[in-house]
Design a protein around this ligand. Structure first.
Ligand SMILES: Cc1cc2nc3c(=O)[nH]c(=O)nc-3n(C[C@H](O)[C@H](O)[C@H](O)COP(=O)(O)OP(=O)(O)OC[C@H]3O[C@@H](n4cnc5c(N)ncnc54)[C@H](O)[C@@H]3O)c2cc1C
Length: 803
């Protein structure tokens, strides 16, 4: 083994091998993979090898498409067979709701270039004769599904990498990692040390243990997973290979394996494997079978596919593989650790491994993953994702693998975990809570405890009328919203303005003022949107998206100021309440000696003031688009502030409102939000944020690319649509049609109660940016007429918030 390499990849499962190959493809050849056993000896070797393109996140779906298309290329480069069986697949719906879900998956596939086809039960039975039609109502056909040979694929990646100069060392365990002061690493193995510029943790089943070598607790957990292979089924003899099939109601997947069928299940009573530490002596091993545990699923399977019940079981496989709490991979550089990268938690290595390797290699070589990988970015989890939290969420996710997640559905595991001081008060006011980064926040308020629940549905729910009442209160009187779930940073020091000016696209406001700003990467794409609230010359608060806190911190580390600036995340130290609506000023003025008149405290002001006895930071801004204030206090004051506002608010018609009403109101105002309208695939002009980019202020990160986008106009435009909705609104990821062609996609949607219209925000090509009519938005499989609105639906001039 060599003693130095540019990169050491730890782990020779399908993921590590893919990372190695993609690094060589991106031009880094001095790369070394260290595997403690044989390649594939973790979870890879016993996988069922299934692959498919459909994924809840369109960007992950794209990477899955990439992975599947890669296998042919790998075979061509190496001559190593990947054992490809591209059979095509069907997803069977047993209920109307599932059929709706399939319609939505098909619709989403349209703008990803997938050829998904909705078919009837009869058509499905022709394609997959093993099914008993009586249990199903429809199906979705995907020609790009099948399975591969896990060993062949891993070998092919490794061979392709080796032929480009990479080295693979087997039977050598990495036992420790030590950081050097120059950000490089000593990789300590059983067989000597390697000095590496970069380390990649692709440790799969042991990724947690490798993380612990550098003080990192990765939110991943292995679950036991079983599949069985039947004896030969006479009906299959002489037939074309059977399709892959997912039976959602049965929670079963099945495919042909030689003359029999392979049948696997994500059972509800899933069992974690090695919840705290993974044994090092587990190698190319399996776990004892437990057919009892999957018996309920097998019963359904045998009923839905009777031919499988008529033959015996040839083999049962029970093996562990890892999941992150939301089931998506953990990829990217880790905040706080220089040159330390992860590619783990990959639960679908044969659909995702190629995309994961590609994204990580580009990130390492180019400094950017080259695609929108937010859904699998390791930075989406903060310190709150502890071992026990991960355990609860992974178990929940596993058991729901084939269940529908409705857009208004809140999942119960690991809750409540994080609560703010007003939690019990909101609960007493019949709040229905959602969980965001494990933090409880009110979604909407029911009139009574009995009504504080909601049926899960793709259509408008029982909450609709209550959200309407909340929006009306904000529009006509005043609403009170808890806003603790925003991210916050405090930037202090003499160099604060200079540093912010360099990493943000807008000019830093004067003391006492607020400015909105995009944050751009070097390619001029959106990687954040912030509200800069400048309290004093050397103290600026950044308000942003809480889920992206670690993502931002990692970026701030990359552009860390040399000296003179301190950047402190403080989301949970400053919790908040917001009042919004025409009576909000009168309400607040009655509680403070500070002059809140429009001349003394105009729109976009920010100041320290006392509200009653509570010292607070107050910004005159509201995401509702109404006259409004955001009030930030340290945690111990939040309850007192809440009580004060509620008590005083009675005289002004104050009503509590929640996240649902806020979302509807921000869409009525055409205000975008991170991870929906703002993502690293859009430029600021495309996203309608051009007015917050100050090209005249001097150099800043992404300026050259932003200038170019301004001059060229970019390729896309964010547009606001009114939709002829019936009883369902867009939720995001629906295709936008124009003149019978899919031209774009929806990023958010809701019913706008003030505008009394169904609304959607979405991207269309620049050429259609000025077109008004001829659009349609596909909602649950139905193309609904849509009209592009040239201005926000509510108060387009902004007069209300400036009043
Ligand atoms: C029963 C079963 C069925 C499955 N079916 C499918 C399927 O149909 N389709 C699909 O896409 N996925 C399937 N999977 C999941 C799939 O197996 C995983 O997604 C994939 O194997 C993950 O690969 P990996 O490289 O991340 O992890 P692993 O395969 O676990 O590889 C990690 C490697 O790192 C090595 N390593 C760890 N620590 C060290 C160290 N300190 N030093 C040196 N080496 C180290 C290990 O020895 C191991 O070889 C299935 C899994 C199971 C268990």
């Amino acid at each position: 083994m060599k003693s130095a390499a540019r990169v050491v990849v730890i782990g020779g499962g399908v993921v590590g091998a893919s990372v190695l190959y993609h690094l060589t493809r991106a031009g880094w050849r001095d790369v070394l993979l260290i595997e403690r056993g044989e390649l594939t000896c973790g979870s890879t070797w016993h996988a069922a090898g299934g692959m498919h393109t459909v994924n809840g996140d369109p960007n992950v779906a794209k990477l899955q498409q990439y992975t599947i298309n890669l296998y042919k290329e790998l075979e061509r480069i190496t001559g190593q067979s990947c054992g490809m069986h591209l059979t095509g697949g069907i997803m069977l719906a047993g209920t109307r709701a599932r059929l709706d879900w399939l319609k939505m998956a098909k619709a989403r596939g349209r703008y990803l270039g997938m050829e998904l086809e909705l078919i009837t039960v009869d058509e499905a039975a022709k394609l997959f004769p093993l099914m008993d039609k009586r249990h199903f109502v429809g199906a979705l056909f995907d020609p790009i599904e099948g399975h591969v040979d896990p060993w062949g694929v891993t070998q092919a990646y490794a061979k392709a990498a080796q032929s480009a100069g990479a080295e693979v060392v087997r039977h050598t365990r990495v036992v420790d990692l030590k950081a050097r002061s120059d950000a490089s690493w000593d990789v300590i193995t059983e067989d000597g040390n390697v000095h590496a510029e970069h380390v990649v943790n692709a440790g799969g089943l042991w990724a947690r243990e490798v993380g612990r070598m550098v003080g990192l607790e990765l939110p991943i957990l292995a679950m036991e997973h079983q599949y069985l292979i039947t004896e030969d089924i006479p009906a299959l003899k002489g037939q074309k290979e059977q399709l892959h099939c997912i039976d959602f109601e049965g929670e079963i997947y099945t495919r042909q394996e030689r003359g029999g069928m392979l049948l696997g299940t994500y059972e509800r009573a899933g069992v974690p494997w090695s919840p705290a530490t993974t044994p090092w002596d587990f190698q190319q091993s399996l776990l004892p079978n437990d057919l009892e545990r999957i018996a309920p699923s097998l019963e359904v399977g045998f009923e839905h596919f009777p031919a499988l019940a008529e033959v015996g079981i040839r083999k049962v496989v029970n093996g562990p593989f890892t999941f992150a709490p939301d089931g998506n991979p953990l990829v990217g550089p880790v905040r706080g650790l220089q040159n330390f990268w992860v590619a783990c938690g990959v639960m679908a290595g044969f659909s995702q491994g190629g995309g994961v390797g590609l994204a990580l290699a580009q990130w390492m070589v180019e400094g950017d993953p080259g695609a929108d990988v937010w859904a699998m970015d390791v930075a989406r989890y903060g310190d709150w994702a502890t071992l026990a939290y991960t355990n609860a969420k992974v178990r929940e996710n596993y058991s729901r693998r084939f269940r529908i997640r409705f857009p208004n559905e809140e999942l119960p595991a690991a809750r409540p975990l994080r609560t703010t001081p007003v939690y019990e008060r909101l609960e007493a006011a019949h709040a229905v809570f959602g969980d965001y980064c494990a933090l409880e926040h009110a979604l909407w308020f029911a009139p009574s405890a009995a009504e504080a629940s909601e049926e899960i549905t793709f259509h408008r729910s029982s909450a609709h009328a209550h959200v309407a009442t909340e929006c009306r209160a904000v529009a006509e009187a005043v609403g009170l919203l808890e806003i603790s779930n925003y991210g916050k940073f405090e930037v202090t020091g003499a160099g604060a303005e200079g540093w912010l000016s360099h990493i943000m696209a807008n000019r830093v406001p004067k003391a006492g003022r607020i400015a909105l700003t995009p944050m751009l990467n070097e390619r001029g794409k959106l990687i954040g949107d912030f509200t800069m609230c400048r309290l004093t010359h050397d103290r600026v608060f950044l308000i942003c998206t809480y889920a992206a806190e670690d993502y931002y911190r990692r970026w701030f580390e990359r552009y860390a100021p040399a000296a003179g600036v301190t950047v402190r995340p403080c989301a949970m130290q400053y919790v908040g309440l917001s009042v919004a609506g025409p009576h909000s000023r009168t309400l607040l003025q009655g509680l403070t000696r500070s002059d809140l008149s429009s001349s003394a405290f105009p729109f976009l002001s920010f100041r320290q003031m006392d509200i009653g006895m509570v010292p607070a930071l107050v910004g005159r801004i509201s995401f509702t688009g109404e006259l409004g204030y955001e009030i930030w206090v340290t945690t111990e004051y939040q309850r007192a502030l809440y009580d004060l506002l509620r008590e005083a608010g009675r005289a002004h018609g104050l009503r509590l409102f929640g996240g649902r009403a806020l979302n509807a109101m921000r869409i009525e105002k055409s205000f975008g939000t991170w991870a929906r309208e703002y993502r690293p695939i859009y430029g600021p002009y495309e996203a309608g944020l051009g007015r917050f980019v100050d090209l005249a202020k001097g150099e800043f990160v992404g300026r050259a690319a932003a200038l170019e986008e301004k001059e060229s106009g970019g390729k896309l435009r964010l547009a606001t649509f009114t939709v002829d909705g019936a009883d369902a609104d867009a939720i995001g990821d629906e295709p936008i049609w124009h003149d019978g062609r899919v031209v774009g996609w929806v990023t958010s949607g809701a019913y706008g109660h003030r505008a009394q219209r169904s609304l959607a925000l979405g991207y269309v090509p620049l050429a259609l940016a000025e077109v008004i009519d001829g659009f349609e938005i596909e909602i649950i499989g139905e193309r609904r007429r849509a009209r592009r609105e040239s201005a926000a639906l509510i108060d387009p001039s902004g007069a209300l918030m400036r009043a």
